[in-house]
Write a protein that binds this ligand. Sequence first.
Ligand SMILES: NC(=O)c1ccc[n+]([C@@H]2O[C@H](COP(=O)([O-])OP(=O)(O)OC[C@H]3O[C@@H](n4cnc5c(N)ncnc54)[C@H](OP(=O)(O)O)[C@@H]3O)[C@@H](O)[C@H]2O)c1
Length: 393
Amino acid sequence: MSTSRLLSLRSGTAVLRLFRPTRGGKEALSVGPRVPARRYIIDMSYSSHFMDYKRTAMPSAMKKLVVTQLSPHFREAVRVQTVPVPTPGNEELLIRNRFVGINASDINYSAGRYDPTVKPPFDAGFEGIGEVVGLGLGASSDYTIGDTVAYFRNGAFAEYTIAPAKECIRVPLVKPEFLTLLVSGATAYIALKRLGDLTKGETVLVTAAAGGTGQFAVQFAKQAGCHVIGTCSTNEKAGFLKSIGCDRPINYKEENLGETLRKEYPKGIDVVYESIGGSILDVAVNCLAQKGRLIVIGFISGYQSASGIPAFKGATLPVKLLQNDYGEAMGKMMRMLAKGELACEVDCGDMAEEGRFSGLESVFRAVDYMYAGKNLGKVVVEVAPAAQGNSKL
Ligand SMILES: NC(=O)c1ccc[n+]([C@@H]2O[C@H](COP(=O)([O-])OP(=O)(O)OC[C@H]3O[C@@H](n4cnc5c(N)ncnc54)[C@H](OP(=O)(O)O)[C@@H]3O)[C@@H](O)[C@H]2O)c1
């Protein structure tokens, strides 16, 4: 059903008829009295949902990445599958993914470490941004075809993804920068706000500082008036860190991190935002000031090992962390981004050996690239080019 047909139904005059589909057909829920002009008519007798692919070449099949066996090695765990494009349910949106975000934890997920009760096959990928190309009737009060949305939900590594409308975030444009906020930015915002207790003049150490989440921790700590130290593995990343306000980038490939911290910060570090684990975590713990705070948001150096992280049931750290303050964090960061107060560095692999991460299959290369420590900013894959004829895209 087309959008224009929906609109004409809504502004027409008729009897309000609602039907509940039942096994034996449809059952009238209510038959209202004759209503005056301009009352809505919701006649669901045609279907429980509608879809409209205005100006979008809508294929019947699509590709998606599916975890077919548990492994922390993404290429081993994940296969490309061709499946029918799914149909959105009543309250859902069908989103044509333009960009998807890569997260260090994509391999924890493919290893089954988040929820050991979930067995393969299951869909991979946590976050995407794109345009609405289909929607259920229940979602049509808030969304229409062509709207641009971002979402944080399993199953993003696909050409099309279904997401509940109420979980989607409306974005003004399909820009990969928005993708940096959903997991990476929100984690830094919430962790530092809830746990950092940052005070002006304090010293903050951020590890993997030039990466997806590190770049935000640097900026939020700086905005709180702190002296910020950031670790990274190249001089190019060190230059980037300076450009976003990091007072002391440390390229740990060229400088000994422990020695540098002890020498330059003899009173210790007040707050550490740590995500690497192993020897870097040891250094961070040893360099903490008295009453210092250590915020461990991950330990990427272990993720590719067989033990990786201990399996844990139910709510995961990211989910727990992101649950309460997520709406506030997203709202605040979107406003900052709009005002030009937040740098959201995106790395689409333009400098990668085989070039830009373009097309769903390049998710594999993008994961390798991150695990080789080559990324500067948030790793993002461009799944599909902009649809023609839509000015928002
Ligand atoms: N708890 C949460 O909610 C949450 C949310 C987002 C991220 N995280 C955690 O934050 C960390 C970073 O995640 P991200 O997605 O934002 O990735 P990222 O920082 O964009 O990329 C990973 C970076 O980690 C650094 N690194 C250092 N040692 C590494 C190693 N042995 N293997 C691979 N990379 C290494 C590399 O930078 P250098 O080479 O410059 O050091 C690399 O570029 C991960 O531990 C992740 O689990 C946690």
